[in-house]
Design a protein around this ligand. Structure first.
Ligand code: NDP
Length: 482
């Protein structure tokens, strides 16, 4: 009997995803480069289940029902290309190769083209939810050769997480790299959400001197309302966690953040698109700043902030922080969606923005009740230009504005960094500004480089140059740019 689907890469993600597929009734063939892992798996967690363990790629490919569906969950990067090289000669037209790793979407664009040119189909799928999600239901973001979707849909939607309404958190994202692109933005948003919670924690801890137990209770309360989300939930649990000596583990962890690069990719893409993804950018840089621990320790001895003691109402500040966190989160998603709109234009994807919110609603790290509201916003207007212009989010931000500003002021006066919250507020104040100081900027550019400017009293698209010093010429710049 042939397997319904094959899986290559029995590390943490592959093993759990294979078990998930089998548990939904699919017969799964598995292969791993180091074949002892295949034996360990078949004799271990897979024992008594409907798996086929293969010891080479030929045997593996031969065990699959046609058109073959092969999920690769191997280390992102060169390993994926090597595996494609090895598999293509063994496959037949119509077979489907699926890369479920964290591949860079531009690699997926390239690989889709290459695999399609060989007559096979390629899918790059974002898989989110870590080990636990892979086993019990991840959020899946597939994109690539559209002809592959009807074949993989029954499997993908069966193994995916489900929203509270029972809808699968898996939908077709679009052509070539669209799935991996959406997964990349998901990860960027994850960086932002995590940093926002960290800033809130820092203010509670260092401005208000709250204990872990007190903060645990606050996060527990927040998790039962508008901020209901996986990351708030685990923050609550982390703050409540003590080791066997009764000590809080969170207090023992070195404050130097790691990163694997997907946040950085998101920011690079935003810079390339020229869209202001300020909150996620600050989150990536906040990790970088934290990573230089020794230098910070040295600097802390020399650079003392001038701070004023917090004299406000404690309860008020806690509530202001809740509002600041929520409002900032709206900004982060508004910016993330703006990036997706820009990239969709560049790469000619027809992204389904409401569908993306639905796919993120459960299974993944950024899952939250909030994403249900984003889904509704795109149901109201599928072409919504900015989340802030949706009536629900517009009102949500405006009613929280005062608390949001107070929370940032309290942090600033106490010398606590809140890069994401303040970047969010600056973006909001910039986006809602009819007039920004870019008039002066344009004047400077024209002054030093004859870059020309447009005028408010003339139609757009007409460019003017002023001889600011009286001894410049009338020649304007076309090539020099700064
Ligand atoms: P790793 O990223 O650690 O990759 C290990 C697997 O890749 C092993 O099966 C290894 O085989 C295989 N591999 C490495 N190089 C090659 C090669 N040249 N040819 C064939 N196979 C190779 O595993 P994870 O399970 O952590 O992640 C798998 C993918 O899923 C990655 O792209 C990761 O970014 C992504 N991902 C991971 C998440 C997580 O929480 N860990 C969450 C979401 C996505 P061998 O045993 O022979 O070394």
């Amino acid at each position: 009997e042939f397997a319904d689907v094959g899986l290559i890469g029995l590390a943490v993600m592959g093993e759990n995803l294979a078990l998930n597929m089998e548990s939904r009734g699919f017969r799964v063939a598995v292969f791993n480069r180091t074949t002892s892992r295949v034996d360990d798996f078949i004799q271990g967690r897979a024992k008594g289940k409907r798996f086929i363990g293969a010891h080479d790629l030929k045997e593996f490919v031969g065990s699959l029902q046609k058109p073959r569906k092969i999920v690769m969950l191997v280390k992102a990067g060169a390993a994926v290309d090597q595996l494609i090289d090895q598999l293509l000669p063994l496959l037949e037209p119509g077979d489907i190769l699926i890369d479920g790793g964290n591949s860079l979407f531009t690699d997926t664009i390239r690989r889709t083209k290459r695999v399609e040119e060989s007559g096979m189909l390629f899918v790059g799928s974002g898989v989110s939810g870590g080990e636990e999600g892979a086993l019990n239901g991840p959020s899946l973001m597939p994109g690539g050769s559209v002809a592959a979707w009807p074949h993989i849909k029954p499997i993908f939607q069966a193994i995916a997480a489900r929203t509270p309404d029972g809808e699968p958190c898996c939908d077709w994202m679009g052509e070539n790299g669209a799935g991996h692109f959406v997964k990349m933005v998901h990860n960027g948003i994850e960086y932002g959400d995590i940093q926002l919670i960290g800033e809130t924690y820092d203010v509670m801890k260092r401005v208000l001197g709250m204990s872990n137990a007190e903060m645990h209770d606050v996060f527990a309360e927040w998790n039962s309302a508008e901020l209901d989300s996986y990351l708030i939930e685990i923050t609550r649990d982390i703050l409540g966690f003590v080791d066997k000596n009764g000590e809080a583990t969170v207090d023992k962890i070195l404050d130097a953040a790691g990163q694997k690069g997907t946040g950085k990719w998101t920011v690079i893409e935003a810079l390339d698109e020229g869209t202001p993804l300020t909150l996620i950018s600050e989150a990536v840089f906040a990790r970088a700043l934290s990573a230089g621990k020794e230098e910070r320790v040295q600097a802390s001895k020399q650079l003392k902030p001038v701070v004023s003691e917090f004299k406000g109402e404690r309860k008020q500040l806690i509530d202001d922080l809740r509002q600041a966190l929520y409002a900032s989160k709206i900004i982060s998603y508004a910016q993330g969606y703006q990036l997706m709109r820009a990239a969709a234009k560049t790469y000619q994807w027809n992204l389904n923005y409401g569908g993306i919110a639905l796919v993120w609603r459960a299974g993944c790290i950024i899952r939250s009740a909030f994403l249900g509201d984003i889904k509704k916003a795109f149901e109201r207007d599928p072409q919504l230009v900015n989340l802030l212009l949706d009536p629900f989010f517009r009102d949500a931000v405006s009613t929280r504005q005062a608390g949001w500003r107070r929370a940032i002021v309290a942090a600033v006066q106490s010398g606590i960094p809140v890069p994401c919250m303040s970047a969010a507020l600056s973006y909001f104040d910039g986006y809602r500004a009819e007039r920004l100081p870019a008039n002066l900027l344009q004047a400077q550019r024209d002054f030093f480089g004859a870059h020309t400017y447009e005028r408010i009293d003339q139609p757009r698209g007409q460019f003017f140059h002023t001889d600011w010093t009286g001894h410049g010429g009338a020649t304007t710049s076309r090539s020099y740019s700064a």
